[in-house]
Design a protein around this ligand. Structure first.
Ligand code: AMP
Length: 216
């Protein structure tokens, strides 16, 4: 079984949902840099203050900050498998991750990239709503809450992330595309790359991921 899993995909490809499903099934720890940064911003921590502008504008947080947060997470989850969600996003981060794992006698076991066309991404993201209280994710076209604007799980208020509006989505996608080609080549050259077409839908994507993770 693979234990150190990089899960990547453009914003809106469902990588967050897939990471959660995978963690539920395996008991692995979920490390989402995006979630982590939103948490730091909400708590107004030192890191939160540093990353606020980048996250709001959909540009990348500088590598040293991302790597410091990652190192901290890995050190606190020594005995667990980890799903890295939305990280690494740059070559510096990929190499930094290899170094941190290496120091812990571990390595990335596989890098799974979910692929999705831009038109579909825009459609999915502009319909996405998130619970302000528990972080649950809804979609107005295929996973709507029972009551408009209210979370089914905790009655929290649903909101649209500021970076889920179309101009920012385009920007985030462009940033993603620019950075990803190198990462794909990197993991391919180490025989660790797997790609899955996001169009096949949530359940089939999940099945494929499970197969990859459980395969020797
Ligand atoms: P996400 O939730 O993965 O879409 O990330 C939301 C935002 O957090 C991104 O647009 C970036 O500003 C920031 N972010 C998340 N992960 C990273 C990362 N690995 N490197 C740099 N910035 C990141």
């Amino acid at each position: 079984m693979k234990r150190m899993i990089v899960l990547s995909g453009p914003p809106g490809s469902g990588k967050g949902t897939q990471a959660e499903l995978l963690c539920q099934r395996t008991g692995f720890a979920h490390f989402s840099t995006g979630d982590q940064f939103r948490f730091e911003i909400a708590q107004q921590t030192e890191i939160g203050k540093k990353v606020n502008e980048y996250v709001k504008q959909g540009t990348l947080v500088p590598d040293p900050i991302v790597l410091a947060v990652t190192k901290n997470f890995i050190n606190h989850n020594q005995d667990k498998g980890v799903v890295f969600d939305g990280f690494p996003r740059t070559m510096v981060q990929a190499q930094g991750l290899d170094e941190v794992l290496n120091d812990n006698h571990k390595e990335v076991d596989c890098a799974i990239f979910i692929e999705l066309a831009l038109a579909e991404i825009i459609r999915r993201l502009t319909d996405r709503r998130v619970c302000r209280n528990c972080g649950a994710i809804y979609n107005l076209s295929f996973k709507h809450p029972k009551q408009e604007g209210i979370c089914d799980a905790c009655n929290g208020e649903l909101y649209q992330r500021v970076d889920d509006q179309e101009p920012t989505i385009r920007k985030r996608h462009q940033v993603y595309e620019q950075q990803t080609q190198e990462l794909i080549s990197y993991y391919r050259s180490h025989n660790k790359l797997w790609t899955i077409p996001g169009e096949i839908g949530k359940d089939l994507v999940h099945e494929r991921i499970m197969k990859i993770v459980y395969e020797a």
